[in-house]
Design a protein around this ligand. Structure first.
Ligand code: UDP
Length: 393
């Protein structure tokens, strides 16, 4: 009997990368009945959320973890998230070769951070593919970056006029992806060299599953929603790893309270150094995981809101009838999950390509409000209350 084609998928580290590749795996199974193996590189140990997503996969999708990459704190201190992801993948290449070599894979699919792994596919004669899980706007930038690099001599953020990319609204250089904000950096050089290898990309959209299973603490959150009026709740979440400073967390709490609107807020322990502090690692929650919130906030907002430490079943929350708005950091999975449900947005970009997505949502698609930062770089409580009320009324 002829064997099914066997496809290997390599998501780069981080839930925001794993989720779209897993959705691609499910579609390949549904439409083509391929045999699929997800090969997972990890920095440190796999997170709880990551294990939950993989355990919920249909039995005909296999997964294997590559040996965890351990990087010393000194080694990763000050390194951008994207560099950490690429570094993890570089360390994972030898064990990846060991997994790919003995099996007859027909195709090997990577996402944008896994491009170096394509050399192994070439060496082993496996058809290489890049799955591009972001939007056509980002792909347009990626495909045109080599030309921009040749024609622009200053930093893109210093260009007086917005940049015109084919098929896109003009965009200010400062709103482009994080990796292109400093052209002298190592990250920019790595990114530019990757963009030259993009001819095989497929563009989404693939929406992550609102039918995924949820555990007990997650279902408490859905039960709370069941008891709220239709379209009344604002969901507040900064993706799988977004973090705010202590001061900004305080303003957000007080702004939500001041708005008087119902909310579910996925809170993370604040971090004053980094906006992506929990992207590649789980956050350890101590005995009192909400101690950093303003005094009395949880008690005062009982009935108005629900505070969920670290993780909520986002796709299910967004597809619930009681949810009427989404305050998001504009990761592309989050964006798709809400747009597919017709949920309007408040855009609060933090890192990576999120500023570009925010501009697209607020200025081009006009499905979002964008709060303004004050002269201290904070979005203050009054501004938050104003946009929340503007969105939800
Ligand atoms: N997510 C979730 N619960 C959370 C936070 C995030 O289920 O509490 C999921 C969310 O539904 C999305 C993904 O994690 O599918 C986040 O991806 P996105 O591209 O929006 O942002 P990133 O995490 O890459 O910054």
């Amino acid at each position: 009997m002829e064997q099914k084609p066997h496809i290997a998928l390599l998501p780069s580290p981080g839930m925001g990368h794993l989720i779209p590749l897993v959705e691609l795996a499910k579609l390949l199974l549904l439409h083509h009945d391929f045999h699929i193996t997800c090969i997972i590189p990890v920095l440190g140990s796999p997170s709880k959320a990551m294990k939950a997503v993989l355990q919920a996969l249909p039995t005909s999708i296999d997964h294997v973890f590559l040996p965890p990459v351990i990087l010393e704190e000194e080694e990763i201190k000050g390194l951008k998230l994207e560099v950490q992801a690429m570094l993890t993948l570089t360390h994972s290449l030898p064990p990846l070769r060991d997994v790919l070599k003995p099996t007859r894979f027909s195709a090997f699919v990577v996402d944008p951070f896994g491009i170096d792994a394509l050399d192994i596919a070439k060496e082993l004669n496996i058809s290489p593919y890049i799955f591009f899980p972001s939007n056509a706007f980002a792909l347009s930038l990626v495909l045109h970056l080599p030309k921009l690099d040749e024609t622009v001599s200053c930093e893109y953020r210093d260009l007086p006029e917005p940049i015109k990319l084919p098929g896109c609204i003009p965009i200010h250089g400062r709103d482009l992806l994080e990796p292109v904000q400093d052209r002298t950096s190592e990250l920019y050089k790595m990114f530019l060299s990757n963009t030259k290898r993009y001819r095989l990309a497929e563009v989404g959209p693939i929406q992550s599953g609102s039918s995924n299973q949820v555990d007990k603490s997650e279902s408490d959150c859905l039960r709370w929603l069941d008891n709220q009026p239709h379209g009344s709740v604002l969901f507040v979440c900064f993706g799988s790893g977004g973090t705010l400073s202590y001061e900004q967390t305080n303003e957000l709490a007080l702004g939500l309270e001041l708005s008087g609107q119902k909310f579910i807020w996925v809170v993370r322990t604040p971090n004053n150094e980094s906006a992506d502090a929990t992207y590649l690692s789980d956050q350890t929650l101590g005995n009192n995981p909400l101690a950093f919130l303003p005094k009395g906030f949880v008690e005062r907002t009982k009935g108005q809101g629900l505070v969920v430490p670290f993780w909520a079943p986002q796709a299910q929350v967004l597809s619930h009838g009681s949810t009427g708005g989404f305050l998001t950091h504009c990761g592309w999975n989050s964006t798709l999950e809400s747009i597919m449900q017709g949920i309007p947005l408040i855009v609060w970009p933090l890192f990576a390509e999120q500023k570009k997505n925010a501009a697209l949502l607020a200025e081009d698609l006009k499905v979002a409000l964008r709060p303004k930062t004050n002269k201290n770089g904070l979005i203050d409580r009054e501004e938050i209350a104003k946009v929340v009320k503007g969105l939800m009324f």
